[in-house]
Design a binder for this molecule. Structure first.
Ligand SMILES: [Zn+2]
Ligand SMILES: [Zn+2]
Ligand SMILES: [Zn+2]
Length: 143
């Protein structure tokens, strides 16, 4: 995703195109793993934590990013896909926690069966976790 697309994304969600917001988006989109909150804080050290926290909250609410937890229980954030909407996330993909590098991967290409909830239950979000070793760490062990 280019800078132009990030601006479009913010426009679409009626969010002002501020430098910090664009920076958060470009950092997240550049990785194939989720980004931990401490990592975001260190990259975004020029803005205060409260501002960063507000940006993350707003993005999550708008359906731009979703929150997942790594094995340490630290919050990580990953980009959502285009079918997420305000107050309704569709991130029904597997979150793979690597026990070695502690990265969280969003695995979209698995075909998970749609969930059918009993009457009266209304789902607003769904997160599925798995843990094990990622290809990078498995390769490092084999050596
Ligand atoms: Zn989402
Ligand atoms: Zn790993
Ligand atoms: Zn995800």
């Amino acid at each position: 995703m280019s800078k132009h697309n990030f601006e479009e994304l913010l426009d679409k969600h009626h969010l002002k195109k501020t430098g910090p917001r664009l920076k958060v988006l470009s950092m997240m989109a550049s990785k194939n793993t989720a980004t931990s909150q401490p990592d975001l804080e260190s990259v975004m050290s020029d803005i205060d934590r409260v501002t960063l926290y507000r940006i993350l909250n707003a993005f999550e609410k708008k359906g731009i990013i979703h929150k997942v937890f790594d094995l340490n229980g630290t919050a990580n954030y990953a980009m959502c896909h285009s079918n997420c909407e305000e107050h309704h996330h569709h991130d029904e993909h597997l979150h793979f926690n690597c026990t070695i590098c502690k990265n969280v991967y969003c695995l979209d290409d698995l075909n998970l069966p749609p969930l059918k909830l009993p009457d009266g239950f209304k789902m607003e979000g769904f997160t599925l976790y798995a843990n094990g070793t990622c290809p990078k760490c498995a390769g490092a062990i084999a050596k």
